[in-house]
Design a protein around this ligand. Structure first.
Ligand SMILES: [Mn+2]
Length: 360
């Protein structure tokens, strides 16, 4: 297959435009959202390889660094977690898998107005914060998928570290090719990566089998604590600050836990609520099909995708729980009212299953 044929028709023009835009940037900070997930890290890596192939000077930036389960992953350049001593004075930024400057962290958000920037992202509601150009495609399963298309449009072969970056993003943001965003285009791109030498099983082995005993014990305790609320339609689990200390576990050890809450039969919305400070909680929401948890998250100042969303609220854990349940009730009420009135996304389960990331 001609490589460019891997890029869906609707993406070709964008990919070519992005490839041209990247070739014009130099002294580039390549950045992804803070607390980067697999797609953020994979996109960062793949983009670094593209810029190197284009002969551009770049640095990689993400706060506060790689999560431990991605320790194994080789980046094309050192990862900076601060902009205090950059290897060069940045003149441009390539912003990946991130829809708002705030999610880049305050340091880069403050610098951004002085940089030429390009934004490649797949978050719904992303405004496109690039000053030079933007490609925001909420139908893409992963930002790394789009970065892969940019590489192909630039005439670069998807091999080596570039291919590994694209694969990492695809594997993580599709939940191992299980979420509704696992399109034919995703599978075609993945088949190409595997044909070019990527080892899917090896990547899963290195990423998945990295737990500490504390991580396992934390999950055991949380599994025992999970509840069904709202007549069984909401699966809920709170996580307290002291849980991490007691089990010598880390916040990132919660990655994937909310997916297990969604496994409960009859659940429409899964809610993981993590206490980060006495008056600050992070929430992660999951749903399936037409149930729009992004709309719930937006009510509380968060965001994300239709089936995977989240945010932070400045409330105590019990108050945050009450606010979340109220937002879910309001959203369900509005959705059922909307469904009676006329066609909307609730009647089109296909559109409801498009996007599902893991960074919420
Ligand atoms: Mn993503």
């Amino acid at each position: 297959m001609q490589q460019i044929e891997l890029v869906p028709g609707g993406c070709r023009e964008h990919a070519a435009r992005m490839a041209a835009a990247l070739a014009r940037l130099d002294d580039v900070v390549v950045a992804a959202h803070a607390n980067p997930d697999g797609d953020a890290v994979g996109s960062l890596a793949a983009a670094g390889h593209i810029l190197r192939a284009l002969g551009r000077r770049f640095m990689l930036y993400a706060r506060p660094g790689l999560p431990r389960y991605l320790d194994f992953f080789t980046l094309p350049a050192p990862l900076y977690t601060s902009l205090e001593r950059p290897p060069f004075a940045p003149r441009a930024a390539l912003l990946l898998d991130c829809g708002e400057p705030e999610r880049l962290g305050p340091e880069l958000a403050a610098l951004l107005p002085r940089l030429e920037s390009v934004n490649i992202d797949h978050h719904l509601g992303g405004k496109g914060m690039g000053s030079v150009d933007n490609w925001v495609d909420p139908d893409a399963a992963a930002t790394a998928q789009l970065v892969g298309y940019v590489a192909l449009a630039a005439g670069l072969p998807l091999t080596g570290g570039l291919a590994q970056g694209v694969l990492l993003g695809l594997v993580t943001d599709t939940g191992g090719f299980a979420h509704g965003n696992t399109s034919a285009a995703v599978l075609a791109l993945t088949a190409h990566l595997v044909a070019e030498g990527c080892d899917l099983a090896d990547m899963r082995e290195r990423m998945d089998n990295t737990w500490t005993l504390g991580h396992l014990h934390l999950w055991g305790e949380l599994m025992g604590r999970a509840q069904l609320l709202e007549g069984g339609s909401v699966a809920f689990c709170p996580v307290y600050l002291e849980d991490f200390r007691r089990h010598q576990a880390f916040k990132e050890d919660l990655e994937g836990f909310v997916e297990h809450l969604r496994r409960l039969r009859g659940t429409r919305v899964a809610v993981l609520l993590r206490e980060d400070a006495p008056e600050r909680c992070k929430f992660s929401l999951r749903s399936f099909g037409p149930v729009d948890v992004r709309a719930v998250a937006v009510r509380l100042g968060g965001g994300g995708h239709r089936n995977a969303a989240g945010g932070t609220v400045h409330l105590s854990l019990p108050a945050a729980q009450a606010a979340l349940l109220e937002a879910i009730r309001l959203e369900e009420r509005e959705r059922s009212a909307g469904a009676e009135e006329g066609p909307d996304v609730a009647k089109n389960p296909e559109s409801g299953q498009k996007s599902c990331g893991s960074d919420f």
